[in-house]
Each structure stands twice: as C-alpha cells, then as structure tokens.
Design a protein around this ligand. Sequence first.
Ligand code: PMP
Length: 418
Amino acid sequence: MSTLDDSIRDDFPILRRRIDGRPLVYLDNAATTQKPVAVLDAMRDYYETTNSNIGRGYYRLSFAATDAYEHSRGVVQRALNAEHADEIVFTPGTTAALNLVADTFGRSVVHEGDRVVVSGMEHNSNLLPWRRLCETTGAELVVVSGDATGRISPARLAAALDERVRLVALTHVSNVLGTVNPIRELVAESHRHGVPVVVDGAQAVPHWQVDLRDVGADFYVFSGHKVYGPMGIGVLYGRRELLSELEPYQVGGGTVKGVTHTAPVKYVPVPARLEAGTPNVAAAVGLAAALEYVEKLGWQNVQAHNDALVRTAVELLTELPAVQVLGDPAGDPAGIVSITMPGIHPYDVGGHLDKFGIAVRSGVQCANTFVDELGLVGTVRMSFAVYNTEAEMRQVRDALRTVEPGFWTHEHPTERFL
Ligand code: PMP
C-alpha cells in the first residue's frame, strides 16, 4: 500500500478546480504533471528576488542568478546520480534534447551506409530525429520490434546489432502501454557490440529514481514538466567523454569567448557550449524544486503509490467486459494503464470521461507507428501521479460503464488524430 495519503492533494492548487461543478480527476500525467506549490513558489521567488541574465552581468544580482541556475544543475546531477555536473545540459525538453543529440553526436558517428537502431515502440520524438538523420546521411533506420507489449529483450536487440550499426536509440518506458524496457541489459548488450546508446527517459524519470550510473547509457534525456516541474525545461545527460567532444548544436551568445571576424571560433566547454542564448533559468529552478519535492516525499513512496494505482486500475477495469486492458501494465508498473473499448472510438471514450471531469489521453499518443503495430486506431491512456487516488479509479470505472459509440468512427483518417 502507498504511504502517500490524500493530504498531498493540498500541495497542488489546480486540484481545487472544478469541471462543471465536479472535482477535476486528472489522469493525463504522462502528457504533463500538475505543479506543487513548492515549484510555483520557487519560480515566483526567483523572479521576485533574483531574476537577471546569467553568466553575462558583472554585478551581484547576475552572480546570484548564475548560482541559482548552476545549483539547479547540481540538483539534477545528484538526483539522477550522474558523475559530474557538467554532464547535465539543460534543454527545452525531451524532444529538443533528442534533436540535439541527433544533430551533433548523430551526425558525427552516422554516415552513408551505416545503421541506426530504434525500437518499435518509440514516441515520435525518439523516432523522427533518427529517421531524418538517416535520410540526410544515407544511413538506414532499423526498427526492432518487441514482444506483444513492445518490450525489447537483449537477444532481440543483439540480433540487429551488425557491424553497420553506429547508434541505438531506445525508450526506457513506453508512453503508450507503460512497458518497461530492461534498459541496463540493453545498454550493456549494445556496448558489448561497441555501439553507443541514447535513452528516452521521459516516462521513466517521473516514476522511480533513475540511477544514470546504473543504467550506463551514453545519453539519457527527460522533460521537467512530466516530473512536477515546469514546461520549457528538460535535461540531456551525456557521458563526459562523449558530451565534451560535441560540436555546438546552435551557436550564439553564451557559447564563445573572444570572437573576431577572422580567427577560427573557439567554443567554451560543455555544458555552456550546448546552451546557446539565454536559458530558461526560472524553469531550471522550478525543475530543481520539483526533484527536491519528490525526494522529500521519497522516491520509493512515489513508486509504491503509482504501482498501487496501476494495480487497482487494472483490477477495476477488468470488471468491465467492454474494456480491454492493453499490454501488461501491472506486470512491471510504470504509472500507465491503457485500454481500448472495441467498437468505440478512443475519442468518444475520452469525450465521455470528460463529461465527468476526468481527463485522460485518447488517440495515437504521438506514437502512431506502435499503435499501428498493435492493430489499433488509438488507445485511451490513464497515467498516474502522486495526487491520484483509488477513489478516482472507481470513478473512472463507473463512468466507463456508460460509454456508447458516438461521433467518431474507425474510418476517420488517422492524420486527424494526435
Ligand atoms: N518521449 C516520450 C516517451 C514521451 O512520452 C514524450 C512526451 N509525451 C516525449 C518523448 C516528448 O517530450 P516533450 O514533449 O516534453 O519534449
């Protein structure tokens, strides 16, 4: 049982909001989590007391803002057990971090005739940057399909790792089914073949304490907004030996010292070299506050809470003959339960739940290729956070009893779905 009780809901002001007079039941946490007062306060305090540009001003306020930014980097480093603070690059989010790796590291190691390996359950953000890299370099994108839940075994990965593979990009947790990849073993398998690995940790970091030294990935990325932090901030972790060699992604202010019109440009070391322009300092401060908030709750408590909700949801939803629970969410829980209701479009299910103030994600979950592989037009996804309750799960079950086919049909062209 979870050790977090309902009083935690008081930390999240948005949960006081009502939808048509009903309390908001927010179950779209894999899209973005709500923000606790600790995060809102930290950002407000930064703007009220410290705001100025960083690394550019020779005055105390600017030194304080720079310190706040670098302190936040240190909090991220410690929270994820990275070896060095300069292995943490702030980006606007997971998508931006993956594009950064593809356009810098990817371009340096992938050439015509080479191969890049991805899994069959990638989010578009960990698929399209690699697809574009392959298209522009003349390399080949190899998609490794997993088992019925999308999970890749080390043996499946090994079968794809021939001498042409230069890079592997894998999700840690599927945002569609919540399937957890055996990431440490997959990274080890790639390394046995001498291939570096990029891991999309967007759906893992919110649910348990990710230990980067244990995972062993060369690059690991996530978004702050999915782990109680603000939008507009994400993290690219890169192993120092690789990260420090990267050419700048974007160039401009903050990436250089002493430019002339003629001499070759000398870029500053990472992480500043990869953070061109004014960064989102307040968001970095908010992300640090979010990670500290979770640490205070206790990662194990957060994980136990979310695991319990997954098990309860699966139990309650299997009571309903019209509902099919997809994958094996309770087997190795990651805060996600996805369902389908044969004969009823996911948008109609989502729209029906919305009438009860229940927010879920319906559609192809930005992972059209995986949803296609599952043979579905879309899914309905519930994803949990520390403030969700078992009573909310019962509300979902009760609301699902009354769904009926509606406006949407399975014949609508898929490009209309998100
Ligand atoms: N990868 C996965 C697995 C995700 O779930 C998401 C967000 N839905 C992303 C990448 C993209 O994250 P962001 O939109 O924050 O860049």
